[in-house]
Design a protein around this ligand. Structure first.
Ligand code: 9MR
Length: 575
């Protein structure tokens, strides 16, 4: 067995002490919460549907800020002179038990739909006292426990006028300023936001929100920031003209912070194509947020899993929209990893390496598998997917010099290069911390597509015949050296999807490429080698002349009947 030369000089005692003292640093699974925290951001969601224990657990695993829905009409004050605290107390306690920061929503909603009848039936001259009493009571009850409040929610119409609600009729638009002033009196330490939807695309509404914020501050209101609800459509977000970044900058220029408070991204259906575009949309919004100079500390979705999206109760057409980062069974969707990639950018290695996964060869579409009965020395080969086989499950563990070890879940032996020559077999072997033959550099080729370079030989994990696994001199265009990471915990294996090996012609390409096996009714996305989308569209004759020379990964999603759950991949070179 080949060993790194350093070992030959070590005494057995030294080796033993080294072995005993060395603790294997298992790469802890990274999640959006950890990645966001590395950017000073708390990721979260409203704390509702808490009766579902699995939903509670998902919150425990995933968030660090929770919104307490303190609706006047539905939760706290639906009857005159009588407050009900059950829901809000429950949510606040749940949040405090888990150490989350809490975000209250909302104190005053600028819409008669969400103002109780007992209030609306009062003469307007009583309105101010009623509103201030409510704010004082609710904020006072949770003073020092709820850190941030949506003081006023949705006070501006889509046409840019102030909403004609009871509060407006009672106090004019000045009710907004009065609400902020009272909230600040009730809890001087609380962060106070104005919260609204649609302002990322609706110009008249955004302009009125901006002018309103300036006006109420001139009336003495202390406003800390703007809550961007961001209930968005995937195509709006991915449109090159999506104005969110510029508009957030305009709010920054006013000296206000920008918070993402209710993000969800609607897609037409749950197909691989739309899930991928949804991922790109989530990633784009998170990147815009991170670039903003006065971004607040919260990045929140509205609900966390499609199972409990608010669209289940309200359908603005073509529900359910599948809008959230987790699915109907609380599985992580590509959207989750879009957020992760954005927040994880620039972190150690920049790669989202973690946990247990399967490793599929892009040429054979079969899986890295150890067939030696779980024993040290077992030969590694490729095998068709077997959901239950632990021999196809691997665990990435960080090692030294930026390398990783890959431990097979069956037998806990490590992926090991057996020889320093092309096509040297690869096996699994018991841990030897000094063996560079068990250490691999993991190079990101595309989204979740990697090359694995052995530290000892600098040769790449490879298959020569779509069955045997060996190492070979690196060749970036060989699919045999490209490996797709499918995280078992991430659940992103497209179980219902078959992956077609597509032919791109001509390849290498100079201007137009053709996807000969598919019809015009095909959506495609082209990634560069850092996993960024460089082109997308519909059709099978694709103009790539604008791409810089290099290697690209094209994914194609045929929309024709009979292609449900199928998508294709092709590597091509642009000259
Ligand atoms: O999702 C919320 C739903 O459960 C409530 O019944 C409803 C009325 O209070 O509010 C929904 O959330 C809204 C949020 O409070 C403000 N922005 C729009 C959200 C979706 O309607």
């Amino acid at each position: 067995m080949k060993k790194n030369n350093i070992l030959r000089t070590g005494s057995l005692m030294l080796l033993l002490s080294l072995f005993l003292s060395t603790t294997i640093t298992v790469m802890h699974a990274q999640e959006v919460r950890d990645a966001a925290a590395s950017k000073g951001v708390k990721f979260g969601s409203p704390l509702f549907q808490l009766y579902d224990s699995d939903h509670q657990q998902l919150f425990r695993d995933q968030i660090s800020v929770g919104t307490v829905t303190a609706y006047w009409k539905f939760n706290t004050h639906n009857n005159e002179g009588y407050y009900t605290w059950g829901d809000t107390d429950n949510a606040v306690s749940f949040g405090e038990q888990n150490g989350w920061e809490l975000h209250g929503h909302p104190l005053v909603w600028g819409s008669d739909t969400f103002i109780p009848d007992w209030v609306k039936n009062k003469p307007t001259w009583e309105g101010e006292a009623i509103m201030l009493d409510h704010i004082r009571t609710v904020v006072g009850r949770y003073r020092g426990r709820i850190a941030t409040w949506d003081v006023v929610n949705e006070a501006i119409e889509d046409d840019g006028t102030y909403r004609n609600c009871y509060w407006n009729r009672a106090m004019t638009g000045e009710y907004i300023a009065k609400a902020f002033i009272e909230a600040k009196n009730a809890d001087p330490d609380a962060v106070l936001l104005y919260n609204d939807y649609g302002i990322e695309t609706n110009g008249p509404k955004f302009n009125t929100v901006k002018s309103m914020l300036g006006w109420i501050r001139s009336l003495g209101a202390q406003v800390d920031g703007l809550g961007w609800q961001l209930h968005v459509d995937v195509n709006d977000v991915l449109d090159a003209g999506f104005p969110l970044e510029q508009r957030m900058q305009e709010i920054s220029d006013m000296g206000l912070d920008n918070y993402v408070t209710e993000l969800d991204v609607r897609i037409p259906n749950n197909s691989s194509y739309w899930l991928e575009r949804q991922k790109q949309a989530y990633k784009k919004i998170a990147e815009i947020f991170l670039r903003n100079p006065t971004r607040g500390p919260y990045f929140q979705t509205w609900g966390i899993a499609d199972k409990y999206t608010w669209f289940n109760d309200y359908d603005p057409g073509n529900a359910p929209h599948h809008p959230l980062p987790f699915g109907y069974n609380f599985e992580k969707k590509p959207a989750y990893w879009g957020l992760f990639e954005a927040f994880n950018e620039g972190n150690e290695g920049g790669d989202d390496l973690r946990g247990e996964l399967r490793i599929k060869n892009l040429w054979s579409n079969t899986y890295l598998h150890q067939n030696g009965g779980g024993n040290s020395g077992g030969i590694v080969s490729l095998h068709e997917y077997r959901q239950s086989w632990y021999s196809q499950r691997w665990n990435i563990e960080s090692s030294d010099a930026g390398t990783y070890r890959l431990r097979c879940s069956w037998g806990s032996n490590y992926l090991n290069n057996t020889g320093n020559y092309n096509d040297a077999p690869v096996n699994v072997y018991s841990l030897n911390t000094g063996w560079w033959s068990q250490q691999w550099y993991i190079e990101n080729a595309y989204n979740n597509v990697y090359r694995l370079k052995n530290r000892w030989t600098s040769k790449y994990l490879h298959t020569g015949n779509q069955y045997n696994v060996s190492t070979y001199n690196g060749n970036p265009n060989w699919w045999s050296q490209l490996w797709v990471f499918e995280y078992i915990s991430q659940g992103n294996r497209l179980d219902t999807d078959q992956i077609l090996d597509l032919t791109v012609s001509p390849n290498p390409a100079t201007d137009i490429i053709y996807l000969n096996e598919l019809s015009e009714n095909t959506n495609y996305i082209i990634y560069n080698t850092s996993g960024q989308v460089v082109a997308e569209g519909t059709g099978v004759m694709i103009d790539v002349h604008q791409l810089t020379p290099g290697t690209y990964l094209l994914t194609a999603f045929p929309q024709d009947e009979g292609y449900e759950g199928i998508f294709g991949r092709a590597l091509f070179v642009k000259k």
